[in-house]
Write a protein that binds this ligand. Sequence first.
Ligand SMILES: [Zn+2]
Length: 389
Amino acid sequence: MKKTAALFCALLLIFSVIPTAGAVNKAGIRFYDEAAGLYGPVTQASLVSVVLDGEELALDVPAVTRSDRTMVPVAPIALALGAQVLWVEENRQVILFQGEDTIVLTLGSSVATVNGELISLPDGVSADIAEYGGVERTMVPLLFVSQQLHASVGWDGETYTALVDTTSTATPPEPENTPEPENTPAPETPPAPPAPEVTPPSEIQKTLTGYSVTLDAGHGGWSSGAVYEEIMEKDIDLAVALRAERILKEMGCEVYMIRTDDTFVDIHDRASMANKRGTDIFVSIHSNASTASSSIQGTYTYYCPGSSRGKTLAQCLQTAVTSSAGSRDRGVMQDNLVVVKETSMPAALVELGFMTCHEELMKLADPVYQEKLAWGIALGIEDYLLNKM
Ligand SMILES: [Zn+2]
């Protein structure tokens, strides 16, 4: 009974740290403000000792309280709890992998993704970079991360010690903090093949005999592109490119593939390979990611600024891909991307969809949807070559 009461008090304390008179050590620490893009002022934060299964964790940037929550450097705690840590600079995200679980924390955001489900961080405390004594570390809320990594956390208010325990049954995550996903029940793993192939819109005619196209599947090899929920962009890009290659060949088109497997090709080389081959057009295939919002979805197509032929090709692709796949039409955009800029023929780069949107990511990983995207690319190419070139 007494033990239960003590545990209850400990849990209360960790949710709301009450400073005890004079006993707490403080340190000057400053947190990076992601929205402002600069460090906030140095604040005197209460130091917290983190004890994991009876042993104190050695931390170069100490655990501290922030808005009544204990913040801890992510790498030492995650590694101590048997998780792998991946830092995605481009998206300002920390991804933790433990067994089947994937936890994504975005700096400056009070919403995390756990196996694709959005979960609000307690008290709206976000993961953030902190600087202490010239050392910078990504700080995450200790309780949230520990619970997600199946450890329980106790609190000793006398000594300001957080007691992380991996041996007892993990504290269940707080269900009241779990908002409903925007749309529907997201499967925990991407839908798996075998999937029925999409029926071609009509019997394939050899409409593109005598024409040639270079297809460029983005990334490859060590360059995985964006990675979300353990799905790599390079794999989506290649899967769609190979399907488009098959369809185009059935249409009689000569198809030159920059890559047909998981190998890395430099972006400048991609352009020069296409130029050397001298195909009629060049189409690059990528998938998108947005750091701004996990709800953004849809297809974009890029062309090189000033290229009217590139713009026309981009419009043909954009229209055909969005109507074939049913994705949101985000229009065509100009960008000085190397592959559209350095290629000598009309060139466009299709961003199939947003990997940062769970719902769209599940589609992008689905072979049925990939086939629809591939048909869109083939039909867009056909429209350009037959009607607009
Ligand atoms: Zn890409």
